[in-house]
Design a protein around this ligand. Sequence first.
Ligand SMILES: C[S@@+](CC[C@H](N)C(=O)[O-])C[C@H]1O[C@@H](n2cnc3c(N)ncnc32)[C@H](O)[C@@H]1O
Length: 518
Amino acid sequence: VKALPPASEVEAFCTALARETGLRFGADKQPLLAELLRARVLHTDSQTAVAYIDRLATAPSELAELARTLTVNETYFLRNQEQFHALAALLRQREQTSIRHLRLLSAGCSSGEEAYSIGITIRETLQNLDEWTISILAIDLNPDVIERARSGAYGRWSLRETPDVIRMKYFEERSGGQRYAIAHSIRNMVRFEPQNLARPPIGFWRHAAFDVVFCRNVLMYFTPEVARRILAQIAHSLGTKGHLFLGHAENLRGLSDDFHLRHSHDAFYYERKATIGPLTPPSEPNPAREAEAPAHTVLHPSPDPSPDPSWFEAIARASNRIEQLSRHSAHSTDEVQPAPRLSSEPSTVSGAGRESGALHLLKQERFHEALRVLTHESPHTTSEPDGLLLEAVLLLASGDMVEAVKACERLLVRDELNAGAHYVTAMCCEQSGDPVGAVDHSRAAAYLDFTFAMPHLQLGKLARRVGDLATARRELKLALDLLAEEDAARILLFGGGFGRDALLQLCRGELTACGAAA
Ligand SMILES: C[S@@+](CC[C@H](N)C(=O)[O-])C[C@H]1O[C@@H](n2cnc3c(N)ncnc32)[C@H](O)[C@@H]1O
């Protein structure tokens, strides 16, 4: 038995896996990868680990073999049911037109539950199915799951979220209720293929090839580089106004600007924009580029549901920017007089300096002065996303909801997935007596930035007000956990004048009021 390969070879293995499959692995997976590398080198009679790794770029069957061990295949029927309700609504809209064809893709389909759930939704929704041409293609890297999907037989666990009425209609009980076979009417709707999303065959992502793509809980395992490339390909392969569904704990922030965010039936999903960015050139193995984010230095996401790692990075970048502004603000406290310079002389100070002055005044709750510093003296600052967000916060704080919403709208035109803009809009809605708008925008903010405590606090308070205590408790507990770790700069911006301790106290008070131990 050969010794385990050295760390440098395991690292090279990781890099090759990231390039060839998109998958990335954290330090905790290094022992597993070392063992797998040793086993595959022996099994394939490769001379050395380096020779084996070199072969991966031209050996799709070997990648499929590795996928048997390395992929996470957790799935079940009607997972995140709200998304299937949203899909049904889209189908009904299409039914109102003269179009009678429908092409769907389940990318990273695992053992087929998702693709069959799409089939069930179509059968449950469309009236005259024989007038329609429908294709559902389902692909996965792991050949074992594709085999299982084709067999169409499932254990009870796969149906754990399936309503009885659907189970009785579309499944046949086997082995005394231990196994369930999917009905032929659904099975015949889906075509399963082993395919590697990171290295699809030429022509796979044809222009406007699909109307709806499900790519749920897949990209979260990928390097941001590969996820971006695949999303660009998905955008190009969707027809105009085509739709994309991601996992409920994933979003496109920092990964793609090609989609509008949509929300219906308590589900978030995406609609392809009319104009989208250029497609990056076909991906040739490019170790130098992949090396920018070495696979072994990032944390492997924990099992579902878990955040898209690239999302972490995007949020971290955004928080850093705001933090920098705060630091400027702290400096300005040390270095300059607290009273702002409000002369109309042309400013020689940078935009960031102006924002820091405004932040400093925000801290002191001198909102009108802060607004004047921000907008009069350095109007170009408020054309930048961070400046616009600060302007919206200040307008909200000074009670000008109409202008605050307008500032948010301007920001959302620039950056549709800006969680802060949705949160400020939610606060404006609430204060203008529009609780539905407040809930919608708070949900969007929480979805776009899952570390953002304030929208959960807001959702908890709103739910308690309408007597939905279960939701109130869930949201407030989340807010309580997130607040402990919340970024100080974000508390300053969005805390409505409350510090962390006051917000924690508020949260505990709300929890007690809805009958939970805080
Ligand atoms: C957690 S499952 C998601 C299943 C289903 N989409 C859902 O949300 O329930 C992720 C799937 O992505 C597949 N996958 C991972 N890398 C892939 C790749 N490069 N190409 C195609 N599928 C891949 C895995 O094999 C796994 O079955």
